[in-house]
Design a binder for this molecule. Structure first.
Ligand code: ADP
Ligand code: MG
Length: 278
Protein backbone atom coordinates (compact mmCIF):
# COMPACT_ATOMS: atom_id res chain seq x y z
CA UNK A 1 0.00 0.00 0.00
CA UNK A 2 1.19 3.52 -0.76
CA UNK A 3 2.08 5.58 2.30
CA UNK A 4 1.19 8.79 0.49
CA UNK A 5 -0.84 9.28 -2.64
CA UNK A 6 -1.45 12.84 -3.83
CA UNK A 7 -3.52 13.10 -6.99
CA UNK A 8 -3.89 16.38 -8.91
CA UNK A 9 -3.83 18.57 -5.81
CA UNK A 10 -4.46 22.27 -6.35
CA UNK A 11 -4.60 24.77 -3.49
CA UNK A 12 -4.75 28.56 -3.27
CA UNK A 13 -4.39 31.02 -0.40
CA UNK A 14 -6.62 34.07 -0.35
CA UNK A 15 -4.61 37.14 0.61
CA UNK A 16 -5.30 40.87 0.69
CA UNK A 17 -3.48 41.17 -2.62
CA UNK A 18 -5.47 38.44 -4.30
CA UNK A 19 -5.18 34.72 -4.73
CA UNK A 20 -1.83 32.90 -4.44
CA UNK A 21 -1.67 29.44 -5.96
CA UNK A 22 0.63 27.37 -3.75
CA UNK A 23 -0.03 23.95 -5.29
CA UNK A 24 -0.73 23.57 -8.97
CA UNK A 25 -1.98 20.13 -9.99
CA UNK A 26 0.53 18.22 -7.87
CA UNK A 27 0.64 14.43 -8.05
CA UNK A 28 3.07 12.53 -5.89
CA UNK A 29 3.22 8.95 -4.59
CA UNK A 30 5.41 7.60 -1.84
CA UNK A 31 5.87 3.95 -0.90
CA UNK A 32 6.07 2.93 2.74
CA UNK A 33 9.70 2.94 3.90
CA UNK A 34 10.97 5.46 1.35
CA UNK A 35 13.22 8.38 2.27
CA UNK A 36 12.17 11.25 0.00
CA UNK A 37 13.98 14.58 -0.13
CA UNK A 38 11.79 17.48 -1.23
CA UNK A 39 13.81 20.37 -2.62
CA UNK A 40 12.75 23.78 -3.86
CA UNK A 41 13.49 27.46 -3.42
CA UNK A 42 11.62 29.68 -0.97
CA UNK A 43 7.94 30.01 -1.79
CA UNK A 44 7.87 27.05 -4.19
CA UNK A 45 5.16 25.32 -2.14
CA UNK A 46 7.03 22.79 0.01
CA UNK A 47 5.44 23.68 3.35
CA UNK A 48 2.00 23.79 1.77
CA UNK A 49 2.61 20.30 0.42
CA UNK A 50 3.62 19.21 3.92
CA UNK A 51 0.43 20.68 5.38
CA UNK A 52 -1.90 18.82 3.03
CA UNK A 53 -0.40 15.53 4.19
CA UNK A 54 -1.92 15.58 7.67
CA UNK A 55 -5.09 17.43 6.74
CA UNK A 56 -3.95 20.76 8.20
CA UNK A 57 -4.94 22.05 4.76
CA UNK A 58 -7.29 20.37 2.29
CA UNK A 59 -6.62 20.99 -1.41
CA UNK A 60 -9.42 22.73 -3.33
CA UNK A 61 -9.04 20.19 -6.13
CA UNK A 62 -7.62 16.70 -6.05
CA UNK A 63 -7.08 14.14 -3.31
CA UNK A 64 -4.59 13.21 -0.64
CA UNK A 65 -4.55 9.69 0.73
CA UNK A 66 -2.45 8.53 3.66
CA UNK A 67 -2.29 4.73 3.79
CA UNK A 68 -5.47 4.72 1.73
CA UNK A 69 -7.38 7.19 3.94
CA UNK A 70 -8.51 10.41 2.25
CA UNK A 71 -7.74 13.59 4.23
CA UNK A 72 -11.21 14.85 3.25
CA UNK A 73 -12.70 12.08 5.39
CA UNK A 74 -13.17 14.20 8.53
CA UNK A 75 -14.17 11.15 10.59
CA UNK A 76 -10.69 9.72 10.04
CA UNK A 77 -8.56 12.81 10.57
CA UNK A 78 -7.50 11.44 13.97
CA UNK A 79 -6.19 8.26 12.32
CA UNK A 80 -4.30 10.33 9.73
CA UNK A 81 -2.76 12.62 12.36
CA UNK A 82 -1.54 9.68 14.40
CA UNK A 83 0.09 8.21 11.28
CA UNK A 84 1.98 11.38 10.32
CA UNK A 85 4.32 13.36 12.53
CA UNK A 86 5.72 16.77 11.61
CA UNK A 87 9.00 18.27 12.74
CA UNK A 88 9.25 21.99 12.00
CA UNK A 89 12.04 24.51 11.65
CA UNK A 90 12.16 26.18 15.04
CA UNK A 91 12.87 23.76 17.89
CA UNK A 92 11.79 26.30 20.52
CA UNK A 93 8.24 26.44 19.19
CA UNK A 94 7.83 22.69 19.57
CA UNK A 95 8.52 22.39 23.30
CA UNK A 96 5.51 22.08 25.54
CA UNK A 97 6.73 20.99 28.96
CA UNK A 98 9.77 22.07 30.97
CA UNK A 99 11.02 18.53 31.64
CA UNK A 100 12.05 16.36 28.70
CA UNK A 101 10.08 13.24 29.68
CA UNK A 102 6.88 15.26 30.23
CA UNK A 103 7.32 16.90 26.87
CA UNK A 104 7.59 13.54 25.14
CA UNK A 105 4.69 12.07 27.11
CA UNK A 106 2.37 14.86 25.96
CA UNK A 107 1.44 13.27 22.62
CA UNK A 108 0.61 9.78 23.88
CA UNK A 109 -1.23 11.29 26.90
CA UNK A 110 -3.50 13.12 24.48
CA UNK A 111 -4.15 9.84 22.69
CA UNK A 112 -5.29 8.29 25.96
CA UNK A 113 -2.51 5.71 26.03
CA UNK A 114 -2.24 3.89 29.40
CA UNK A 115 0.39 5.20 31.84
CA UNK A 116 2.63 2.15 31.68
CA UNK A 117 2.81 2.17 27.92
CA UNK A 118 3.54 5.91 27.93
CA UNK A 119 6.57 5.29 30.14
CA UNK A 120 7.77 2.58 27.75
CA UNK A 121 7.25 4.80 24.75
CA UNK A 122 9.09 7.74 26.34
CA UNK A 123 12.10 5.55 27.14
CA UNK A 124 12.08 3.98 23.70
CA UNK A 125 11.75 7.35 21.90
CA UNK A 126 14.57 8.90 23.95
CA UNK A 127 16.82 5.99 23.15
CA UNK A 128 16.00 6.26 19.43
CA UNK A 129 17.20 9.88 19.34
CA UNK A 130 20.18 9.24 21.62
CA UNK A 131 18.91 11.44 24.45
CA UNK A 132 18.18 8.91 27.21
CA UNK A 133 20.46 10.59 29.73
CA UNK A 134 18.51 13.85 29.36
CA UNK A 135 15.19 12.38 30.44
CA UNK A 136 14.91 14.53 33.57
CA UNK A 137 16.57 17.63 32.09
CA UNK A 138 14.98 20.83 30.97
CA UNK A 139 15.09 21.29 27.19
CA UNK A 140 15.48 25.06 27.28
CA UNK A 141 19.24 25.14 27.75
CA UNK A 142 20.01 22.47 25.17
CA UNK A 143 21.64 22.98 21.77
CA UNK A 144 19.37 23.35 18.75
CA UNK A 145 20.26 19.84 17.57
CA UNK A 146 19.38 18.36 20.97
CA UNK A 147 16.08 20.26 21.07
CA UNK A 148 15.16 18.97 17.61
CA UNK A 149 15.96 15.43 18.75
CA UNK A 150 13.64 15.93 21.73
CA UNK A 151 10.97 17.19 19.31
CA UNK A 152 11.49 14.05 17.20
CA UNK A 153 11.19 11.86 20.31
CA UNK A 154 7.88 13.57 21.11
CA UNK A 155 6.62 12.61 17.68
CA UNK A 156 7.99 9.09 17.87
CA UNK A 157 6.03 8.54 21.08
CA UNK A 158 2.87 8.80 18.97
CA UNK A 159 4.24 5.94 16.83
CA UNK A 160 3.68 7.51 13.41
CA UNK A 161 4.47 5.59 10.21
CA UNK A 162 5.47 8.76 8.36
CA UNK A 163 7.52 11.73 9.59
CA UNK A 164 7.75 14.99 7.65
CA UNK A 165 10.75 17.19 8.44
CA UNK A 166 10.03 20.71 7.18
CA UNK A 167 13.45 22.38 7.05
CA UNK A 168 14.11 21.01 10.52
CA UNK A 169 17.83 21.66 10.20
CA UNK A 170 17.61 25.21 8.85
CA UNK A 171 18.27 26.88 12.22
CA UNK A 172 20.97 24.46 13.36
CA UNK A 173 24.74 24.56 13.25
CA UNK A 174 26.51 21.91 11.11
CA UNK A 175 26.80 19.50 14.04
CA UNK A 176 23.12 19.87 14.94
CA UNK A 177 22.12 19.44 11.29
CA UNK A 178 24.06 16.24 11.09
CA UNK A 179 22.62 14.87 14.37
CA UNK A 180 19.06 15.41 13.19
CA UNK A 181 19.67 14.03 9.70
CA UNK A 182 21.31 10.90 11.14
CA UNK A 183 18.34 10.31 13.45
CA UNK A 184 15.95 10.59 10.48
CA UNK A 185 18.03 8.18 8.40
CA UNK A 186 18.24 5.70 11.24
CA UNK A 187 14.47 5.79 11.88
CA UNK A 188 13.98 5.12 8.19
CA UNK A 189 16.38 2.16 8.12
CA UNK A 190 15.69 0.55 11.49
CA UNK A 191 12.00 1.24 11.95
CA UNK A 192 10.88 1.51 8.32
CA UNK A 193 9.40 4.94 9.01
CA UNK A 194 8.64 6.79 5.77
CA UNK A 195 10.50 10.10 5.71
CA UNK A 196 9.75 13.30 3.80
CA UNK A 197 12.83 15.45 4.24
CA UNK A 198 12.25 19.05 3.12
CA UNK A 199 15.46 21.01 2.75
CA UNK A 200 17.43 23.42 0.64
CA UNK A 201 20.75 21.88 1.61
CA UNK A 202 21.69 19.70 -1.37
CA UNK A 203 24.14 17.60 0.62
CA UNK A 204 21.27 16.41 2.84
CA UNK A 205 19.49 14.98 -0.19
CA UNK A 206 22.25 13.02 -1.91
CA UNK A 207 21.60 9.63 -0.34
CA UNK A 208 17.82 9.70 -0.17
CA UNK A 209 15.87 7.08 -2.14
CA UNK A 210 14.30 9.72 -4.37
CA UNK A 211 14.42 13.48 -4.72
CA UNK A 212 11.38 15.57 -5.64
CA UNK A 213 11.98 19.08 -6.96
CA UNK A 214 9.39 21.82 -6.57
CA UNK A 215 9.32 24.95 -8.68
CA UNK A 216 6.47 27.48 -8.75
CA UNK A 217 3.91 25.30 -6.92
CA UNK A 218 4.61 22.22 -9.03
CA UNK A 219 6.66 19.09 -8.68
CA UNK A 220 8.87 19.28 -11.76
CA UNK A 221 10.89 16.08 -11.23
CA UNK A 222 10.99 13.00 -9.01
CA UNK A 223 13.83 10.55 -9.44
CA UNK A 224 16.87 8.97 -7.80
CA UNK A 225 19.61 11.41 -6.71
CA UNK A 226 21.85 10.01 -9.46
CA UNK A 227 19.32 10.86 -12.19
CA UNK A 228 18.23 14.18 -10.65
CA UNK A 229 21.75 15.57 -10.35
CA UNK A 230 22.52 14.69 -13.99
CA UNK A 231 19.98 17.34 -14.90
CA UNK A 232 21.93 20.47 -14.05
CA UNK A 233 19.53 22.62 -16.12
CA UNK A 234 16.63 21.51 -13.96
CA UNK A 235 18.51 22.24 -10.72
CA UNK A 236 19.41 25.68 -12.01
CA UNK A 237 15.86 26.46 -13.12
CA UNK A 238 14.64 25.46 -9.69
CA UNK A 239 17.01 28.03 -8.18
CA UNK A 240 19.03 25.37 -6.40
CA UNK A 241 22.73 24.61 -6.17
CA UNK A 242 24.43 21.37 -7.11
CA UNK A 243 25.93 19.41 -4.20
CA UNK A 244 29.41 20.88 -3.78
CA UNK A 245 31.34 17.64 -4.56
CA UNK A 246 29.39 17.31 -7.83
CA UNK A 247 29.96 20.96 -8.74
CA UNK A 248 33.70 20.49 -8.17
CA UNK A 249 33.73 17.25 -10.20
CA UNK A 250 31.86 18.94 -13.07
CA UNK A 251 34.33 21.82 -13.06
CA UNK A 252 37.29 19.43 -13.15
CA UNK A 253 35.70 17.46 -15.98
CA UNK A 254 35.07 20.65 -17.94
CA UNK A 255 38.82 21.24 -17.66
CA UNK A 256 39.66 17.90 -19.22
CA UNK A 257 40.26 15.88 -16.04
CA UNK A 258 38.77 12.41 -16.39
CA UNK A 259 36.55 11.58 -13.43
CA UNK A 260 33.82 8.99 -13.19
CA UNK A 261 30.19 10.13 -13.31
CA UNK A 262 27.87 10.13 -10.30
CA UNK A 263 30.10 11.84 -7.80
CA UNK A 264 27.68 13.18 -5.20
CA UNK A 265 29.36 12.88 -1.82
CA UNK A 266 32.57 14.23 -0.36
CA UNK A 267 33.76 10.67 0.17
CA UNK A 268 33.27 9.75 -3.51
CA UNK A 269 35.10 12.88 -4.62
CA UNK A 270 38.01 12.18 -2.25
CA UNK A 271 38.32 8.62 -3.54
CA UNK A 272 38.23 9.70 -7.18
CA UNK A 273 40.81 12.41 -6.63
CA UNK A 274 43.13 10.01 -4.81
CA UNK A 275 42.81 7.54 -7.70
CA UNK A 276 43.75 10.04 -10.41
CA UNK A 277 46.46 11.74 -8.38
CA UNK A 278 48.33 8.49 -7.75
P1 ADP B 1 7.97 26.97 0.76
O1 ADP B 1 7.74 26.15 1.96
O2 ADP B 1 8.53 26.22 -0.41
O3 ADP B 1 8.79 28.19 1.04
P2 ADP B 1 5.16 27.71 1.00
O4 ADP B 1 4.34 26.50 0.84
O5 ADP B 1 5.38 28.21 2.37
O6 ADP B 1 6.54 27.51 0.23
O7 ADP B 1 4.51 28.89 0.16
C1 ADP B 1 4.04 28.75 -1.17
C2 ADP B 1 3.38 30.05 -1.63
O8 ADP B 1 2.21 30.28 -0.84
C3 ADP B 1 4.26 31.28 -1.42
O9 ADP B 1 3.99 32.18 -2.47
C4 ADP B 1 3.79 31.84 -0.11
O10 ADP B 1 3.99 33.23 -0.03
C5 ADP B 1 2.31 31.49 -0.14
N1 ADP B 1 1.77 31.26 1.22
C6 ADP B 1 2.19 30.32 2.10
N2 ADP B 1 1.46 30.33 3.23
C7 ADP B 1 0.53 31.32 3.05
C8 ADP B 1 -0.52 31.82 3.87
N3 ADP B 1 -0.79 31.32 5.08
N4 ADP B 1 -1.27 32.85 3.36
C9 ADP B 1 -1.02 33.34 2.15
N5 ADP B 1 -0.04 32.92 1.33
C10 ADP B 1 0.73 31.92 1.77
MG1 MG C 1 8.58 26.23 3.89
Amino acid sequence: MKAIQITNATLEYKTQNGIVRALDNVSFNVEEGEFIALLGHNGSGKSTLAKILNGLLIPRLGDVEIFGVNTKDTAKIFEIRSNIGMVFQNPDNQMIASIVEDDIAFGPENLGIPREEIIERVNWALEKVGMSEHKKSTPFKMSGGQKQRIAIAGILAIKPRIIVFDESTAMLDPQGRNEVLQVAKQLNKEDNITIIWITHYMDEAVDSDRIAIMTDSRIVAIDTPKEIFKRTDLIEQAGLDLPLPLAIANQLKANGIELQDNILTEQQLKEELCKILK
